[in-house]
Design a protein around this ligand. Structure first.
Ligand code: GAP
Length: 522
């Protein structure tokens, strides 16, 4: 069923406010004033993220013969991170502004040349966070001020790269605009969180929290090979928390310091790697479409050679058009034999596959689709957001209070397999005649579907509440149900169509409607 969407781009503030109001995501440690950029998932948020993770696990492990699961530890031997390159190389440059105390990654700071009326260069201005590349009014004002301070007339601004292309001493602060000389030289900063195992805090007991789940898979390569009958091409999938002391976390749950990853390492014969890389890029792109992501808001972007991570032979990102511009959702890397060889070298253990038929031994190449669960949940959530004028959709006939039909209807059009609630059970009122039947109906549905029972306030308001959290179907129990026909009404979130169904046929009718809305599980 296709549904016309009324908004092309979602205002992030609306999502954050809906989140707080309805219990998707809360600022962590809020009663103590919060901790920067950490978030707690509320009842609906945890349901959404769980269903995203379950959809991934189903597609990657349960519905395939060639991939098995793993759950490795967050705290691993420090040698793991030496071998992987994270101990030495997982660093970001950082500059501080001595005036406003702002802290920036210079590669995130955009630099513009100030050009005078006569075409002469008058210095630089900088900005952070304008991912769309737009030249904001504020930057133009700074450009004008620069020109004025040189006694010249301002002409235009020209995009001139990022701050890492210039000595820090030439760049004005991107936050407060302080003159060149205010930023410190870049310092390298390791993104891994350190902690200590046991009571003594010395270098011998120092460990790191894992910054990615991937390495837990590589160090278990031999365990999986010897305990399963897997042979290349085969994969190992894992979902779990990762930690990075990000310098510039932000955009809500898009970039945080504690996040969940869903990673799969696919081991293939060298020479077959490019074919499998193409396969996984297509497969992962199509997975998002299969869960309803708008095809115009998702794209594949192959990395330039200069962007490639130290381990990567080739990488393609799947990007989503977030409200602030295109952003990475998932990376699909061809890691070649880098990791297995590194761990073999550092551990002294052979990490190879012996092909019995061909009588040959080789170190498999690895294709890695790596997705953030939080970022994926955010993309599905933003993509589902829709607003429509209620009057046009006939809300008055759904029992709205007078005037309420003028309000816009907020609807999250979640795919039914990832909606936090699939079916809401709503007795028309709290009347004691209705409650027992409504409870029975709920009991019969909750075994098969994710359900919610709601009997507070008017039915119109309850429909609105369910639309706002993206519940595909509402089942209403009214006086006719108990006095006449033993049937209930199913109301569809997208079509607003209402159908009367005998209670005995309800689970099958709910499943049929969810399938019609795209479910492959109902
Ligand atoms: N093993 C490869 C790897 O970790 P990555 O591109 O650094 O690659 C993979 O991370 C995915 O994890 C990203 O595409 C993103 O979805 C998610 N991710 C990475 N850093 C994140 C952060 N700070 N906050 C939320 N998600 C993050």
């Amino acid at each position: 069923m296709t549904v016309r969407r009324h908004l092309t781009q979602v205002d992030m503030a609306k999502i954050v406010s809906l989140s707080k109001r309805r219990g998707f995501v809360f600022p962590s440690s809020e009663i103590y004033g919060g901790v920067g950029s950490t978030w707690d998932y509320g009842p609906l948020g945890v349901a959404l993220k769980r269903s995203v993770k379950e959809a991934w696990w189903r597609a990657m492990v349960l519905e395939r013969d060639d991939i098995v699961g793993l759950d490795s530890a967050i705290i691993q031997s420090p040698q793991v991170w030496v071998a992987s390159g994270h101990a030495a190389g997982f660093v970001d440059p950082l500059v501080d502004c001595k005036v406003c105390r702002g802290r920036f990654r210079p590669d995130h700071v955009k630099v513009y040349k100030v050009v005078g009326r006569g075409g002469e260069e008058l210095g630089l201005v900088s900005a952070v966070g304008n991912a769309l590349g737009e030249v904001t009014k504020e930057i133009v004002e700074r450009g004008k001020a620069q020109a004025k301070s040189r006694g010249k007339e301002f002409g235009s601004l020209q995009e001139a790269g990022v701050a890492t292309d210039y000595p820090a001493a030439l760049i004005p602060c991107p936050n407060c605009g302080a003159a060149p000389g205010s930023l410190t030289e870049p310092r390298m900063f390791n993104l891994m969180f350190k902690t200590f195992v046991g009571p003594v805090e010395d270098t011998a007991s120092q460990v790191w929290l894992r910054p990615e789940t991937a390495q837990g898979i590589f160090i278990n390569f031999d365990n999986v090979l010897t305990t399963t009958r897997m042979k290349p091409p085969f994969g190992v999938a894992q979902i779990g928390k990762s930690f990075r002391n990000e310098i510039t976390p932000g955009n809500f749950i898009f970039r945080t310091r504690e996040f969940e990853q869903m990673e799969m390492e696919y081991f293939v014969k060298p020479g077959d790697d490019e074919k499998w890389h193409d396969y996984w890029v297509r497969e992962r792109h199509d997975w998002f479409l299969s869960l309803g992501i708008n095809k115009d808001k998702i794209r594949v972007r192959p990395h330039e050679k200069s962007e490639l991570a130290h381990y990567s032979k080739a990488t393609s990102d799947i990007e989503y058009l977030f409200p602030w511009g295109w952003g990475e959702l998932e990376g699909i890397a061809n890691r070649a034999d880098f990791d297995l060889k590194q761990h073999a070298k550092h551990s002294g253990k052979k990490l190879e596959y012996f092909d019995q038929e061909m009588k040959e031994r080789y170190v498999p190449y690895v294709i890695e689709p790596a997705l953030g669960a939080d970022r994926a949940a955010l993309a599905f959530w933003l993509d589902a957001y829709d607003e429509e004028p209620a009057r046009a959709m006939g809300a008055a006939s759904e029992g709205q209070a007078p005037g309420a039909s003028d309000e816009a209807r907020v609807v999250l059009r979640f795919h039914p397999d990832i909606a936090p609630v699939q079916v809401a059970v709503l007795p028309l009122s709290r009347n004691e005649k209705l409650t027992p039947t409504a409870r029975e109906v709920h009991a019969s549905l909750r075994k098969r579907f994710v359900t919610q029972y709601d009997d507070a306030q008017s039915i119109g308001r309850r429909y609105r509440r369910q639309d706002e959290i993206g519940t595909p179907l509402c089942v209403t129990i009214d006086f006719d149900t108990v006095e006449n026909d033993n049937a209930v009404t199913i109301r569809n979130r997208d079509s607003m169509r209402q159908v009367r169904v005998p209670i005995a046929e309800l689970p099958a009718a709910v499943a049929a409607q969810l399938r019609e809305m795209g479910s492959t599980r109902a």
